[in-house]
Write a protein that binds this ligand. Structure first.
Ligand code: 26W
Length: 847
């Protein structure tokens, strides 16, 4: 291996300072006397990046030289957040290990007159994702590097990430997130790595008439995919993996035909359009729109990634049959399903392999993760649109389907119904559609769900027929996880440091082996420890109160003196009817009305305050721009906040806050501050949830339904340490059915709440403003079962109040036990399971 004998890392403060100053002078062309926090951020990042690049190069050389099986994680979203703090936590120098380098840099830039906290805040979030799926991919690349897996992520370099959310008059307003305003030190442009990508055109088969034999795909539009690499450092290892994001560029090819026909301007314009392919991330979460540009993005990314993967494989000069021994490709949902078709095309059309041999290689290579069972989120592409953009790929899809259906027919003769149910081509009107989830199942050797309940559900609902066809072993579960480096150490340094002191683990080894946390069990009832634990929570609540104040134009909403005995009740996630923020806010209204009623009937304030102790309900999350109901829920939350927060009679015992523009860096402040968080989806709708794990890891208790990973959280931390409520998933269908045939019978409690909303209590100027929300519960079948779960939700909140305010000790005990038992939810465990049961790969340790 090449020895980095000339290129040296910085190892101590003075070396860091030299590097920092060099970057200020030469990279930024500024002087130290004219260096603000932003420039300090750029210089610090470039210096840290220099160190990472050394290990990045060594890691890549090692992976090439050792020629072990590699993993490629294809995800259309990587919700990375900020990179610098994470790099400082993970990075190793030659003389200091992970964690220490952060302290070293902090001191070194401190001596130069900068505060690390202020410098870190300069970094814009890399917000290249919508929510859970994108953040999962980000946690996974962290864990793959930490576990020394030879693994790359492949995605798109959107110029605009998820929109920034502004709240204007209570409504969500979207503004563009142009995150590349300043030089991005975390990406390395590889202009030499550019892949031509084709669209449209036609298929030329000359003499051949069978679609199964090689064909040539000609004509059409051509753009270039240019690679941008982001170094992904592991924790306590010198492994630095790669995240490769593709950006679209015009080709430099000259269109003679257009030029000769005098259409020069048109040919330039067409070229310019190339860049639009990677301009913007689609802001829908769990909702499929069927736009051509989205399919174009998907193919652009799949084709570029596969070209890259195949090129790397061909350099090894191995026979094609060894492709699946060398390469595992994981599909993060169906978004990259075209990669299956593209590999088949490469093998058949370009490499001239026999169809069946090629297909064997393809299916042994791919595996598919499903993240949702909701119908409206399942990708389907109209055959016409598909064939127009990708004519050869459509033929291949038809052939894949033909062989698949033949196999089904042989196994289950004369079951025409079955054939039409499982066909990759749906015979729908007005047009046939390609069912991407079925294509993904057929083209993969393993399909996994993301939590036990969800993995069971996919086997009995959307993929039921496929279990019959392939057997149950094709389907498996890998329960999601989160990286404790970001979600404990980085987000909650106070808690991490209390833990490392308590465990006598100065090097933070517990962040690698979370089973070490079980030692905290013995301290769960220790009053001294409980007090320290509580102080950390208090610190984090104040930190969040500061953020809320800042976002509220410097006006405080929460009274500092009362924060210690105010329950912070938080629900932050994408706004979606299935996640039921409406249930939460209706519960808040119920509390408000109950307080008002008690006061009106002459009950003394002290008595009322005993029954309804101090609480702040905090919300945050974005709605898809076109999702009317979700936007109305945001408006309702803000309208309720307006009324409740300004009602002086309440003397601050209830507050409501909507935090605008929820994102990863805000999550790092919000999550550690929770006493209670809400994970209250209609049972059977939330595949896993991952913020539930983050809250538990930070000592927050959970109120939740028996849904997604809440089930396993309960198993791990004990049912006495979680507040579960509501109907079970096995009853959902029945309840929905009942709603259709009998007019909704609402519980009285909810009736009252809805009447208040309908009377205009929260929208005096337009009483009917929230009618569509009310109608969906009262008159349109209450699909998300708000009415069915309302009373048990309210009753469970009463238990929460009681415990928090009357028995703080057992609250703290539950909080400590939650953290002690949260180890299972580290994404390190999750990646080990993927490696062992799906990828068949092993770590490649630096020597
Ligand atoms: C095609 C439109 C579209 C866009 C995004 C459909 C589906 C998606 C994602 C699959 C939505 C998503 O983020 N799903 C979430 O994935 C998380 C990680 O597994 C789970 O924890 C969440 O429960 C699931 O909603």
């Amino acid at each position: 291996l090449w020895d980095a004998h000339k290129v040296k890392k910085f190892n101590e403060p003075s070396e860091f300072q030299d590097r920092f100053i060099s970057h200020v002078e030469w990279t930024l062309a500024r002087s130290l006397y004219n260096c603000d926090d932003l420039a300090a951020y750029e210089a610090t990042s470039n210096s840290v990046r220099d160190n990472l690049v050394i290990d990045w190069n060594l890691t890549q050389q090692r992976q090439t030289a050792r020629d072990k099986k590699r993993v490629y994680y294809l995800s259309l979203e990587f919700l990375m957040g900020r990179a610098l703090d994470n790099a400082l936590i993970n990075m190793q120098t030659d003389t200091s290990s992970s964690g220490e380098s952060r302290e070293m840099v902090k001191g070194a830039i401190g001596d130069l007159g900068f505060k690390l906290e202020d410098v870190l805040k300069q970094e814009p979030d890399a917000a290249l994702g919508n929510g859970g799926l994108g953040r999962l991919a980000a946690c996974f690349v962290d864990s793959m590097a930490t576990g020394d897996y030879p693994a790359w992520g492949y995605g798109l370099r959107y110029q605009y990430g998820i929109f920034a959310q502004k709240i204007i008059n209570g409504f969500q307003v979207e503004t563009p997130d142009y995150w590349l305003n300043f030089p991005n030190p975390w990406e390395i442009e590889r202009s030499e790595i550019h892949v031509p990508i084709n669209f449209y055109g036609y298929v030329d088969r000359s003499s051949n008439t069978s679609t199964l034999t090689p064909a040539e795909w000609l004509g059409g539009e051509r753009v270039l995919a240019v690679a941008y690499d982001m170094p992904i450092p592991g924790f306590k290892t010198s492994t630095v993996n790669n995240l490769r994001l593709w950006s679209a560029r015009p080709t430099t090819e000259f269109d003679f035909a257009k030029f000769n026909s005098g259409d020069y301007r048109n040919s330039v314009e067409q070229q310019q359009r190339a860049e639009s392919i990677t301009a913007v991330l689609y802001p829908n979460d769990n909702f499929e729109q069927g736009k051509e540009l989205r399919l174009k993005q998907q193919y652009f990314w799949c084709a570029a990634s596969l070209h890259d993967i195949v090129r790397r494989f061909k350099k090894t000069r191995r026979p094609w049959s060894e492709f699946p021994d060398q390469i595992a490709i994981q599909l993060n949902d169906t978004h990259p399903t075209l990669a299956i078709v593209e590999l088949q095309r490469i093998l058949v059309d370009l490499e001239k392999l026999d169809w069946h041999e090629a297909w064997g290689i393809v299916t042994a290579t791919f595996a598919y993760t499903n993240h949702t069972v909701m119908q409206e989120a399942l990708e389907k592409w109209p055959v016409g649109l598909f064939g127009h953009l990708l004519p050869r790929h459509l033929e291949i899809v038809f052939d894949i389907n033909w062989f698949f259906l033949k196999e089904v027919e042989e196994k289950f003769p004369h079951d025409v119904d079955l054939l039409s149910r499982v066909s990759i081509i749906e015979e729908s009107s007005p047009e046939r559609q390609v069912r991407m989830a079925y294509l993904a199942v057929v083209g993969s050797h393993k399909v996994n769900g993301v939590a036990e309940l969800h993995s069971d559900l996919i086997k009995t609902t959307i993929f039921k027929d496929f279990v019959k066809i392939y057997g149950v072993h094709k389907f498996t579960n890998v329960t999601n996880g989160i990286t404790p480096r970001r979600w404990l150490k980085q987000a909650n340094p106070k808690l991490a440091s209390l833990i490392s002191k308590t465990l006598n683990d100065p090097e933070d080894k517990f962040l690698l082996d979370m089973s070490k946390l079980t030692a905290l069990r013995d301290l769960a009832e220790d009053e001294d420890f409980q007090e320290k634990w509580n102080d950390v929570k208090q610190f984090n609540k104040l930190r969040l109160a500061d953020l809320i104040k800042e976002l509220n134009g410097g006006v405080d909403i929460l009274e500092r003196d009362h924060i210690r005995n105010t329950l912070f009740d938080i629900q932050v996630k994408r706004i979606h009817e299935y996640k039921r923020q409406q249930l939460n806010i209706l519960g808040v209204i119920h509390r408000y009305l109950s307080i008002k009623e008690a006061l009106a009937s002459g009950v003394k304030f002290e008595e009322v305050a005993k029954k309804f102790p101090r609480k702040v309900s905090i919300f945050g999350g974005k709605s898809a721009p076109g999702y009317y109901m979700a936007k109305l829920i945001i408006k309702l939350i803000n309208s309720v906040a307006e009324v409740v927060n300004n009602d002086e009679e309440l003397c601050d015992i209830l507050k409501v806050v909507f935090i605008p523009d929820y994102n990863v860096s805000k999550a790092e402040i919000i999550i550690p501050a929770s006493d209670l968080s809400e994970h209250i989806s209609t049972a059977g709708t939330e595949a896993s949830g991952t913020s539930n794990m983050k809250f538990v890891m930070n000592g927050g208790l959970i109120i939740g339904t028996v849904d997604g990973a809440n089930v396993e959280i309960t198993r791990e931390i004990g049912e006495e340490n979680i507040f579960l409520f509501g109907n079970l998933s096995e009853n959902v269908e029945e309840l929905r059915y009942a709603h259709q045939y009998q007019p909704q019978k609402l519980p009285q409690s909810l009736e009252k709440v809805l009447n208040a909303v309908e009377s205009g209590a929260f929208s005096p100027d337009s009483p009917s403003e929230f009618q569509p929300l009310i109608d969906s519960i009262k008159h349109h079948g209450d699909y998300y079962l708000v009415s069915d779960d309302f009373d048990s939700y309210v009753a469970t909140h009463e238990l929460v109040d009681e415990l928090y305010h009357k028995d703080k000790k057992s609250w703290l005990k539950k909080s400590i036990l939650s953290v002690a038992n949260v180890g299972f939810f580290s994404s390190d465990r999750c990646i080990e399971e993927y490696a062992g049961t799906i990828w068949n790969t092993e770590p490649l340790k630096p020597e």
